[in-house]
Design a protein around this ligand. Structure first.
Ligand code: HEC
Ligand code: HEC
Ligand code: HEC
Ligand code: HEC
Ligand code: HEC
Length: 311
């Protein structure tokens, strides 16, 4: 079987891309293999602006933590999921993958979790030289929520009825018979891409009870449903977080970006409101003894479609 496939590659040079895809059908064994399968660097060529926005967003570094504080380190070192040695790690060590790296759940072998744990141990090891630590961080940074993750892997939620996403399709907001990308050669409409449920898959509803040690992280989608829609809110996540400049495409920066203090402060200044009412008066406690008094009413409100901060 192997030999036959190899022969096919040799005979059909120009079809090599097709053969590489065939090979990719098993699960990825290494971080590099998993990253390559969801690699989106080729999208930059034609979607340069969107790419530049995504690259700076938190979706491009979902395992790096805010301000680079590798947040999976405490998971493997000091949690119910901790391991003594990297080789003990499995995909089950990282329930976080459900939302921080959904492609690992379906497309990675346990060996990817072992390699990731090795990198986390190295990056946290005071005695290792800086260059090893930097290489370990660079390895973790390869694991991203890429264009292909959102526009293929998580673009269909109702798989029982609609089936799994097709390899040669990029899921968008409309159907197009052809698409310039060499692998994803067609565009199909995703039923959910422009709906809040799309974001809700990862932005959480509450505790995740399906794990043998339940965890809770993002719960913002629950808050959107129960504290915003139920009070008459009608905007979608996309409308607020992926605005379109006149004639431009949907913004892929996904602000707020907590690594950029200036833009986050500017966003908060615009969207968090402090209303203050004051009343000054004099209290005549007894004849000739006027005591100055003040009443201050403050109300803080915000424009978000959910509780803030979330988590
Ligand atoms: C060779 C150029 C090229 C490459 C490479 C390319 N695209 Fe496209 N893409 C286009 C063009 C052109 C359109 C059609 C734009 C239109 O008519 O709205 C398009 C449309 C899309 C749409 C649908 C937009 C909508 O309105 O719903 C999505 C999503 C998309 N591309 C994502 C990607 C992703 C993800 C990649 C990388 C895996 C990629 N593209 C690579 C040229 C390219
Ligand atoms: C239900 C999906 C989900 C699960 C499961 C999940 N997270 Fe998250 N997590 C998110 C989302 C979405 C955000 C960002 C959105 C926000 O802040 O509201 C986030 C943000 C974070 C942040 C703050 C941002 C940062 O990068 O520093 C940390 C830390 C974090 N997660 C750690 C974890 C760890 C560790 C696990 C596994 C033990 C985990 N999460 C499991 C969805 C999840
Ligand atoms: C595949 C899972 C996934 C999907 C789908 C997804 N997100 Fe996220 N999102 C995350 C994770 C994980 C983070 C946190 C990354 C980190 O640790 O910094 C995040 C971060 C963010 C942030 C930055 C704030 C923060 O806490 O880091 C915003 C804003 C955001 N997402 C909005 C959206 C919106 C709007 C949608 C839908 C259009 C969406 N996301 C879809 C997983 C997802
Ligand atoms: C976190 C998920 C997520 C990631 C990552 C992501 N997209 Fe999108 N993308 C969306 C959503 C959601 C929409 C639809 C927005 C809307 O409905 O307004 C969209 C819309 C688009 C469109 C149509 C633009 C338009 O104006 O209608 C293109 C093209 C596109 N994305 C390309 C890309 C490319 C290229 C990348 C990687 C650089 C990428 N996307 C990464 C979620 C994502
Ligand atoms: C009505 C507009 C609006 C809607 C709808 C909305 N958001 Fe937000 N969101 C905001 C604003 C504004 C902020 C940040 C500024 C602030 O904190 O006031 C924010 C903050 C966030 C953050 C950062 C969370 C934090 O802890 O500070 C995430 C993540 C996010 N939104 C995701 C989503 C997702 C996912 C949806 C849909 C389920 C959604 N938002 C719906 C306006 C909106």
């Amino acid at each position: 079987m192997r030999a036959a496939q190899l022969l096919l590659v040799l005979l059909a040079g120009p079809l090599a891309a097709g053969a590489a895809e065939k090979k990719a059908e098993g699960k990825a064994k290494t971080i590099d293999e998993l990253a390559a399968r969801f690699d989106s660097s080729r999208c930059r060529e034609c979607h340069a602006e969107i790419y530049a926005q995504w690259e700076k967003s938190h979706h491009a570094r979902p395992l790096m933590g805010v301000a680079g504080g590798l947040m999976l380190t405490p998971v493997v070192k000091a949690s119910a999921f901790q391991v003594k040695e990297p080789r003990e790690a499995t995909l089950g060590t990282f329930p976080c993958f459900k939302c921080h790296l959904p492609q690992a759940v379906r497309h990675a072998e346990d060996s990817v979790a072992v390699e990731l744990t090795q990198a986390l141990f190295t990056a946290a090891d005071k005695d290792r030289p800086d260059k090893d630590k930097a290489a370990a961080r660079a390895k973790v940074a390869k694991l991203q929520i890429t264009c292909v993750v959102c526009h293929n892997e998580v673009a269909i939620t109702h798989r029982r009825v609609l089936g799994a996403p097709e390899k040669d399709v990029v899921y968008g907001r409309k159907d197009l018979a052809s698409h310039g990308d060499r692998i994803m050669t067609r565009v199909k409409r995703s039923a959910i891409l422009d709906e809040p449920i799309f974001c809700g898959q990862c932005h959480g509803t509450g505790p995740n009870f399906e794990f043998d040690y339940p965890i809770q992280c993002a719960t913002l989608y629950g808050s959107y449903q129960h504290g915003y829609l139920s009070r008459g809110g009608f905007q979608s996540c996309q409308e607020c977080h992926m605005p379109r400049a006149a004639g431009g495409s949907a913004d892929h920066q996904f602000l707020p970006n907590f690594d950029d203090k200036a833009s986050t402060a500017a966003l908060l200044a615009k969207t968090v409101h402090l209303d203050v009412q004051t009343l000054g008066y004099q209290w005549l406690r007894k004849a000739g003894a006027l005591t100055p008094m003040i009443v201050v009413n403050t109300k803080i409100r915000h424009d978000a479609g959910h509780r803030i901060p979330d988590g």
